[in-house]
Design a protein around this ligand. Sequence first.
Ligand code: ADP
Ligand code: NA
Length: 330
Amino acid sequence: MSKPRLYSGMQPSADSLQVGNYIGALMQWRDLQEAYDAFFSVVDLHALTQPNDPAELREKTRRTAAQYIAAGIEPSKSTLYVQSHVPAHPELAWILSTITGFGEAGRMTQFKDKSSRYGADTTSVGLFTYPILMAADILLYQTDIVPVGDDQKQHVELTRDLAERFNARYGETFKVPMPVIQQDTARIYDLQNPTAKMSKSAESDAGTLWLLDDPSVSAKKVMRAVTDSEGAVRYDRSEKPGVSNLLVIYAALTGRQIPSIEDEYAGRGYGDFKKGLAEVVVNEFGPVRQRALDLLDDPAELDRVLAANAAKAEAVADATLDDVYDKVGL
Ligand code: ADP
Ligand code: NA
């Protein structure tokens, strides 16, 4: 029996990933790559929907790929590649766009949010068709499961609708994928603003832990994290969002249960707790950062790995695209 397929990806939207990306996505990808035939993409075509300096985009793409590997995605086990290296992505997106309703695409809440923030003149058509490209990403690989954050759930629903519609119209072609929505306990919040999700694109990065930061910088950010005046290390998302967030990070990085961490710090202050967490953060990300920097030190080798993986992806993607072209009469 061949393993079920998994597809996921991230945009190269910053020089470094943040700890939310690591806990909410990369750690899970790393575990899932054993049981699944996994495809992990750096979705640089998607990143073009934001303004980008070309040289910087290229660099962010390489750095994102290096961080996938540094976090434990093994390019010999999983297919780890850059989206734009596989031309079948935009080719299938075009075909899918012809079976997507204009109103249907207009109902995507992420598009509505972003376009109302940018205004009509700076909203590109690419931002509008973004979910269709995402559908192509997923469907090209005959994907069984798509691990995503809940903000992407609607896009996976659209992907399923398009797969079913195409199959009904042209005959069985695509596997209809299932979203696997990230657990709430895997959601990490900003250390300075613990009700907002930690993000690569926060306005200030004072509350963002970067994978590639010097560990001493991350330790300082942990020591300065917003807490509350109660002084008790206790999980309570609504009353104590700051402390709860730190507990979630602590638990995720050590594999421990939250109650056991609460017990360890019972009767001790936030200072001790933060020192403990700072140590956990440094121990986890010191080596990850070093591996990423080593990979980036040898660009020729990294490029070789990415090219070999793009070839693996292309073989699967082209088989699907050939079938699609055939079915629609191209
Ligand atoms: P960012 O906001 O950092 O740009 P993305 O929206 O590109 O992150 O998400 C990339 C992946 O990382 C997704 O799988 C998403 O669910 C996960 N992710 C991003 N931020 C967090 C977070 N704060 N907590 C948990 N997971 C996150
Ligand atoms: Na983002």
